[in-house]
Design a protein around this ligand. Sequence first.
Ligand code: GAL
Length: 391
Amino acid sequence: MTDDRPRQLGRTPPMGWNSWNAFSCDVTEADIRTAADALVDTGLREAGYEYVVVDDCWMAGETDSEGRLQPSADFPNGIAALADYVHDSGLKFGLYSSAGTETCQGYPASLGRERLHAEQFAEWGVDYLKYDNCGDHRGRDAIDRYGAMGDALASVDREIVYSICEWGEHAPWRWGRNVGGHLWRATDDLVAKWRADPDEFGLGIADVINRMAAIDAAAAHGPGGWNDPDMLQIGNGPASGQSEHEPVDVQRPLTEAERRSHFAFWCLLAAPLMIGADLTSLSAFDRDLLTNERLLAIDQDPLGMQGTRDRREGDEEVWSKRLQEGAAVLFHNRGDDAREISTHVTDADVPAGSDRYRVQDCWTGNEWETDGSLAMTVEPRDSAVIRVTPR
Ligand code: GAL
């Protein structure tokens, strides 16, 4: 199966905000308006975060008599008015449904009613659909279910980014593009922890990094179709009530080093950057991290390559990502003590054929030159990121 649909959308990894991590099923129209305002006021819109996505629980418990989705009482002005508000803020509007009979929280979803719902989304002014994997699948496989919504979205008179949320269960990087997807979750739900307890729900940041290194998904990734390791957890954590039942050693916000590493890896992976935090309580550190121009340029590089792991030895990791000009190299320290981590341009995905390279530290902006050796001192659980350009 090939997809010959035009791919103007998603030429670079989509950026925006999603309601799920911060508001879960309590989301209201007012929360979405506030989030849109906050994207503008914090400068996040200016930095490129443009989609405001309402996740699960926006819909009423019953469809209308013809099977159309209806907004819940928490969205009193309806979805079209909310989309207008978001558009008037210079942003784009996203909505959620599921490729089953119900959403993950038990609300009506779209299986078997794809065309009807895609028409509703288009009429309401939806620019982005997150399409989950819950509910009864009625015996239909993932490609068939996600393909039905892909075809429905292609048939309506509006360009809608199609975000497949199949949790990586049936290797969606092998078929996501062919069913019209612009991004597809490659992994299970991410929670605001460095490592998750295997007996509890969700994956930690280090768990997802390991999984992204292990799966054979990088080749499918590029302009128009992206592997999605889930929302950014920067700004989330115990303070938002998410981790109140956890053991004491993980009942703490991610450290600054862990947050830096989280963002650095997502940018090196050229991941979609969907912020999961409540934007009204974002710290200055988190805001500055999320708007770091040097890191965002790596994520949004027009070549669209996913970075890959060059080596892992004990507590040291080196990853690299080819860029339109030069490459980005990430040095990660998994250990508990600061250490120097080194590599050479010939071992990283840096364009060959030069004997001088310009190097820039993406955190500090400091620049220097090298004949090819690269070394950075990295604090525990932190990551250094450099941009390396042949002279
Ligand atoms: C999960 C999905 C989450 C969120 C949630 C809503 O399946 O992975 O990102 O959308 O459902 O119920």
